[in-house]
Design a protein around this ligand. Structure first.
Ligand SMILES: [Zn+2]
Ligand SMILES: [Zn+2]
Length: 327
């Protein structure tokens, strides 16, 4: 098999050839058809997340077909089309696993971070955390749903049911969640980097009622806002944009420091909340909504061996929609 491997944070990924992994008991092996490139991969590659497994194969937006099964994986069969997400395994024993918050598990494993992921032709996954997908479908278009879609969905749930919703950072997650929010009958306000006219126009084609720069005040106060860009200075900007009692949700795993801000913009019961990881239930809910909301993803595909180029394009904001690697 081939894999793009990170040996040390800060270095480019290296193409390696090695023998195909064998699934252990409870595991399945997936022949990867497509793997999305998520901003979290950049944080892993750039060394912004602590204690990755090294060397590591990044990638946690995996669509493929099962080509080998270990013992005790009766729910899945060879040839089945599946998706493998960020949540690779949880302990099933800690207080969070017990109270329905497995996303906060004390002893988790994460695909492409603490276990090998999908920047490869093959990968092995714990069968209990794999999502069965419809047998037919566009693999490249589906890949970004596995994280941008899932984490986006969780962040939308946590934002609450406000009618006027702001999305800060109009990349892979926002372009999916804008469609879900419009389908739910909400009004979407899209905020991008200053001068990014292309992203602002893109947001309007996906149903946004208004789009503009993150420094702009929206035309009317928002009920809630979700920040997808890893930029801490957006937090006070979003707080200023939401109404009394409004909520600001930080959806990324890593953010630059949040600058200090006057208490006045948090006053009146405004809230700031972060979103961490996903639960399997989030996935089950979200994949039911995908066909109903007729979600279309915008993707740019790269051969697996050009993973470094895809990461660079994401880092430099050169993408419209989501990058996807194809082995
Ligand atoms: Zn746990
Ligand atoms: Zn991700």
């Amino acid at each position: 098999m081939q894999a793009m491997v990170l040996e040390r944070p800060g270095e480019p990924l290296r193409l390696i050839e090695r023998s195909e992994p064998l699934p252990a008991s409870g595991q399945v092996r997936v022949q990867v058809a497509a793997c999305g490139v998520c901003r979290t991969d950049l944080h892993v590659v750039d060394g912004e997340l602590p204690n990755p497994k090294l060397p590591i194969v990044p990638g946690h937006e995996i669509v493929g077909r099962i080509d080998k099964v270990g013992d005790g994986t009766d729910a899945l069969s060879i040839g089945q089309r599946v998706g493998v997400p960020w949540l690779g395994q949880t302990c099933g024993q800690c207080r969070y696993c017990h109270n329905g918050s497995e996303n906060l598990c004390d002893r988790p494993l994460f695909t492409g971070y603490t276990r090998d992921g999908g920047y490869a032709t093959h990968m092995v996954a714990d069968a209990r955390y794999v999502f069965a997908l419809p047998q037919d479908g566009d693999d490249i278009a589906t890949a970004p749903l596995l994280c941008a879609g899932l984490i986006g969905w969780r962040s939308l749930q946590i934002a609450g049911d406000g009618q006027k919703i702001g999305l800060y950072g109009f990349g892979a997650a926002a372009h999916i969640i804008a469609q879900v929010a419009c389908w739910q009958g909400r009004e979407v306000f899209a905020f991008t980097r200053k001068g990014d006219d292309a992203a602002q126009a893109f947001a309007r084609t996906l149903g946004a009622r208004w789009s503009g720069s993150s420094e702009d005040a929206p035309p009317e106060p928002l009920d809630c806002a979700i920040i997808y860009a890893p930029v801490g200075s957006l937090v006070p900007l979003a707080l200023r944009a939401v109404r009394k009692g409004g909520r600001v949700v930080c959806a990324g795993i890593h953010m630059t420091d949040i600058p200090s801000f006057p208490y006045d913009i948090l006053w009146h019961e405004r809230e700031i909340k972060s979103v961490a990881n996903l639960t399997r239930q989030d996935g089950e809910e979200f994949f039911k909504i995908v066909p109903k909301a007729r979600i279309r993803t915008e993707t740019v595909s790269y051969p697996l061996t050009r993973a470094n180029e895809a990461l660079a394009d994401l880092r430099n904001g050169r993408l419209r929609g989501a990058a996807v690697l194809v082995p």
